[in-house]
Write a protein that binds this ligand. Structure first.
Ligand code: TXA
Ligand code: MG
Length: 385
């Protein structure tokens, strides 16, 4: 029933009704085991080990977003905690759930058929080339925000971060929500963890963070495992704000120019430390050092102490089976390491060890993203002294 007098209220009512209908459909679907004619949206091979999400579940989650609620959803990088990007209330709800300061910008996730131009003042040719090369995928672009987009989504800054994820469950959710908004819906989503903690790469990780208070779509394990590469194009030159699976060289190949690091240096050169900030931390104290520096710490451990050691097998030598050492063989491949990293840090928090000692990886471009996350996790404890 249309409600001409109070369009906002009418829209809210309609959204609530859609949510209720979708909930009923989802319930019926799970009772029947499937929705007729609706195949579960399994992630592409290698992306998901989980159950996927049925069309009814997607519809229900999109209706929740439409009603201003939050939904956690899988992406190929990490799970996101999503809310309507154009609703300052929904964005405020995200900050509250995470315990995150409200001046931190969040990334807006767009459907594959979404229009990035709607969200920005102007789409420069470099952005178009990068979108062409890397979307859908783990690259976030920071651009000047369009006046129509609420400042809340970027913590008051004049820019906006945009990304189109490749995970099929994320894409289905984004398409469904966008359709409810005439093709212009976007979902603001930081990683679905409490502020400063390790990002989630499975639906269970999200439940571990928030208990039952957040609706979670399960899309299996995230394939990339660490957050997207963030490239700032809003300053007149490309600047790498966060390394990820899309490397500085990948970007340089498309732009014909290497992105800069926040300190002004070339991002394809070996990375200077010191720009690291505490983040992504487990609860157990963690030290990140070259293996030679870890050995004296292992040798000096207390007799009754149990420490975790994460190092490449090729380095660990006799420490791999020393008493009181909980040894984890670190993956030798950077992509595999990234995929397993956050799950490993969560597991080590439950491993009943006093300290986590991690071998620092080589200071080469292929390890830049893993070293970045490990460095931030370690910095959380260096900061405490
Ligand atoms: O892989 C990812 O990017 C995941 C998944 C869920 O997509 N999301 C994610 O979001 O990592 P979050 O909130 O944990 O990281 C967002 C970061 C901010 O802390 C900030 O560094 C940067 O993205 N960012 C977002 N919008 C920005 C803006 N307008 N200006 C500058 N930095 C921005
Ligand atoms: Mg995060």
């Amino acid at each position: 029933m249309p409600d001409q007098d109070k369009p906002a209220e009418g829209a809210a009512k309609a959204a609530a009704q859609r949510a209720a209908e979708a909930a009923k459909a989802a319930e019926a679907a799970s009772a029947a085991g499937a929705v007729e004619g609706a195949e579960p949206l399994h992630a592409a091979a290698g992306t998901s080990t989980g159950p996927g999400a049925s069309a009814a579940e997607i519809e229900y989650a999109a209706a929740l977003l439409d009603a201003g609620e939050l939904v956690a959803f899988p992406t190929e990088t990490v799970y996101g905690l999503g809310g309507d990007a154009q609703s300052p209330d929904a964005v405020a709800r995200i900050y509250a759930a995470k315990g995150r300061p409200a001046n931190h910008p969040v990334i807006v996730h767009l459907a594959p058929h979404g229009d990035p131009g709607y969200w920005v003042e102007h789409l420069p040719p470099e952005a178009l080339r990068l979108i062409d090369a890397f979307w859908p995928g783990p690259l976030t672009l920071i651009l000047k925000r369009a006046a129509r987009i609420p400042a809340a989504v970027s913590g008051g800054q004049d820019s906006v971060g945009l990304r189109c994820p490749s995970h099929p469950v994320a894409q289905a959710l984004l398409e469904a929500f966008s359709a409810l908004r005439g093709g212009h819906g976007g979902v603001a989503a930081p990683s679905a963890n409490r502020f400063g903690h390790v990002s989630p790469t499975t639906a269970q990780h999200v439940r571990d963070e928030f208990g039952g208070s957040i609706h979670v779509l399960d899309g299996g394990s995230s394939d990339v495992g660490i957050e997207s590469t963030i490239l700032d194009l809003s300053r007149g030159f490309p600047a790498l704000l966060r390394p990820g699976r899309v490397t500085p060289q990948d970007i340089a190949e498309v732009l014909g120019e290497a992105p800069r690091l926040p300190d002004g240096s070339d991002a394809t050169a070996p990375r200077a430390s010191g720009t690291l900030k505490a983040h992504y931390a487990p609860r157990t104290p963690l030290a990140l050092l070259p293996f030679e520096a870890l050995e004296p710490m292992l040798a000096a451990r207390e007799a009754n102490e149990r420490v975790a050691l994460v190092a490449r097998v090729s380095r660990a030598g006799r420490w791999a089976d020393a008493d009181g050492v909980h040894f984890i063989a670190a993956p030798e491949d950077p992509h595999v390491y990234a995929r397993e990293l956050y799950g490993l840090l969560r597991a080590l928090d439950r491993a009943n060890v006093t300290r986590i000692l991690i071998e620092k990886l080589p200071d080469t471009i292929e390890w830049i993203a893993v070293n970045d996350r490990l460095g931030r996790a370690a910095a959380a404890f260096e900061a405490q002294g």
